[in-house]
Design a protein around this ligand. Sequence first.
Ligand SMILES: C[S@@+](CC[C@H](N)C(=O)[O-])C[C@H]1O[C@@H](n2cnc3c(N)ncnc32)[C@H](O)[C@@H]1O
Length: 212
Amino acid sequence: MRRFRRKYYDVFSHFYDRIIALHSQDKRAFLRRLIVERSKAPRGGRLLDLCTGTGAVALCAGEMLGPESLVVGVDFSQGMLNKAREKAQRKKLSNVHFVLADVARLPFVAASFDAVTCSHAMYELQPQTREACFAEIKRVLKPGGVFVMMEHCEPKHPFIKMLYYIRLASMGSPENRAFARDEVPFFRRFFSDVTKELTPTGGSKIILGVKK
Ligand SMILES: C[S@@+](CC[C@H](N)C(=O)[O-])C[C@H]1O[C@@H](n2cnc3c(N)ncnc32)[C@H](O)[C@@H]1O
């Protein structure tokens, strides 16, 4: 299953940015800045972006946190990372790096990041992968560091809502549907000061927690 998803994203990487651009580039750009702001990563700090895909959030963080910062994007699709690296080179962002890894096993020492972000990916993980991933996030965050994730809310339009549930069902577990409906109890098992907000653009939500 994991190998299939990785291959799927390798192929999808060739169209991903164009599809997102069609969807709504302005809104996405605003949301990327918002998730980095909510992470509270300091200028010059260290931020890890999980399931980074073509690097949208990581590159935005690299610009916002400045040249002294270190931003690392992790993904298990080589195709997605190739696109992300091309974009970093075009933008001349030498503080942003991309690492091929599974989010269930992060190749970083403990307490090495000020913040961890994840956008539009956490719902897709298998329950056991998500469980391992949260434990890994907690391990690699410094005390006081923030984990922040963004996801789509349940769509209102019946047809889009059906597609949304097909996406969740394709991940094949009731745990995924429960997590998508309310992430807060899961977050509280790992983090303190958990909050959830709807974004001003509508249609997305941001959930965050702090490592004590
Ligand atoms: C829908 S894309 C989101 C990409 C990006 N965060 C964004 O907002 O545009 C999901 C990404 O998660 C990655 N992914 C899924 N499962 C993963 C895993 N277990 N480990 C690492 N990356 C994973 C996929 O390769 C894909 O690039």
